[in-house]
Design a binder for this molecule. Sequence first.
Ligand SMILES: *[C@@H]1O[C@H](CO)[C@@H](O)[C@H](O)[C@H]1NC(C)=O
Ligand SMILES: *[C@@H]1O[C@H](CO)[C@@H](O)[C@H](O)[C@H]1NC(C)=O
Ligand SMILES: *[C@@H]1O[C@H](CO)[C@@H](O)[C@H](O)[C@H]1NC(C)=O
Ligand SMILES: *[C@@H]1O[C@H](CO)[C@@H](O)[C@H](O)[C@H]1NC(C)=O
Ligand SMILES: *[C@@H]1O[C@H](CO)[C@@H](O)[C@H](O)[C@H]1NC(C)=O
Length: 393
Amino acid sequence: MPGLLSSPVCLTVIWFLSWSLRPSCAQIQSDEVSGIQYEHLESNVKLACGKSQIRIPVVWHHNHSSVLPWRMVTSDGTLVLLHVNHSAQGNYSCYDNRGLLLHSVNLRLGRPPGPLSISCQVPNHTHVRCSWEESVRTFLPAKYNASFRGNGQEWKPCVVDNTHKHCDIDHPALWQTIHTLRVTETNALGSETTYDRFKLHELLKPEPPESLLVKELEGYPKRLVVSWSFPSSWPLHVAFPLLFHVRYRPHGSIYWSEIFSLESPATIFDALAGHLHQVQVRAHDEVNLESQWSEWSPLFLCKPWEVYTTPNPDEEDIIPFIIKPETSTAKSHNPEFEDEGNLGLVILLVLFSVVILTTVLSLIFVVWVRQRRRDHVTKQELTSMVKMKSMPI
Ligand SMILES: *[C@@H]1O[C@H](CO)[C@@H](O)[C@H](O)[C@H]1NC(C)=O
Ligand SMILES: *[C@@H]1O[C@H](CO)[C@@H](O)[C@H](O)[C@H]1NC(C)=O
Ligand SMILES: *[C@@H]1O[C@H](CO)[C@@H](O)[C@H](O)[C@H]1NC(C)=O
Ligand SMILES: *[C@@H]1O[C@H](CO)[C@@H](O)[C@H](O)[C@H]1NC(C)=O
Ligand SMILES: *[C@@H]1O[C@H](CO)[C@@H](O)[C@H](O)[C@H]1NC(C)=O
């Protein structure tokens, strides 16, 4: 059959042609494929102009410019860069004497990975997130592989997020006392494995409580009602109770007062009447005493209920030059606050003495009235006795 006959012949011709063309054609093809060459910073780098030896003289370009840094040496078409720094990175191309591109390579410089510093967050009983930072700046893209195990257990994968440099474990065995995490960082120049051992029950640290709200209580100038909700990453279940720590202080004071509560809301009974208060709350696993307190929630500002809601203009007339220094010396312990406290004390003392005075006066009045009555009675008795005596027997 002619078809069968012709095709092997054709194939042979094609094979022969491709074989004969191979040295030049294949050379150029493979050389034109631009790759990336990774090298160590501060090392001496050799860039070959293609895979096979090239006898013809070649010209090298860096970043499409023929101006090469002074420390570059050419020998046998190979470019040698001494003690490279970052400015040696970029695109290197070699051309033959007719200006034909022979080879092109991208040089990337960096360092192999070093040990990592690892830290783990345990926001609830079913989740662990471990994150890490490089102790060595590698300047190169890296991949991470992480696994995790309890004492004497099998290694289990920790699911890695390469860009954010962390990994997640769901449902770890919290009752295992010691856990080991190993993270392997790999880049083009090498790899390094870091081991970290920790106790999960000690790392357990809830997120801060959420939706903090502080409200005045009408009719109570010294009370504040504080409410919040569980951190959203904490399971709402009776098996996982949280202890809450509320702290508060009059705005400007450096001393916090505190209350502990197992549930929201909680009431502050000793707020300073008429003062803006700062309030915040944090949480702790109620069962596991070795675990950690959450961070504090953001501050909430609130003033207890007052009879006169509009500011008293007289008061502002009294203390304007005491208020002014306070606003300029932002946070320092402010005298204004104590002076206002003294003013309150004076008012209190005056009120107290008025009360005492009225009590004493009314007592005197009562005693006087009773005395008068008694006098009246004795007079009556006397007169009746006189009458009796004067009666004829
Ligand atoms: C890199 O090395 C060259 C030559 O030694 C030098 O001129 C240049 O300032 C260096 N650049 C940096 C960023 O160190
Ligand atoms: C060449 O380009 C690379 C990035 O493409 C840059 O980092 C390097 O500094 C450049 N070098 C010179 C000498 O222009
Ligand atoms: C480097 O330069 C050559 C020649 O201009 C070009 O063909 C190649 O795509 C460049 N490579 C990179 C990685 O920029
Ligand atoms: C990551 O580690 C696991 C277990 O140690 C191993 O089976 C896997 O091949 C590793 N993967 C990579 C990409 O290194
Ligand atoms: C535990 O915390 C993780 C991370 O915040 C969260 O995705 C998960 O839903 C939480 N688990 C429970 C039971 O709330």
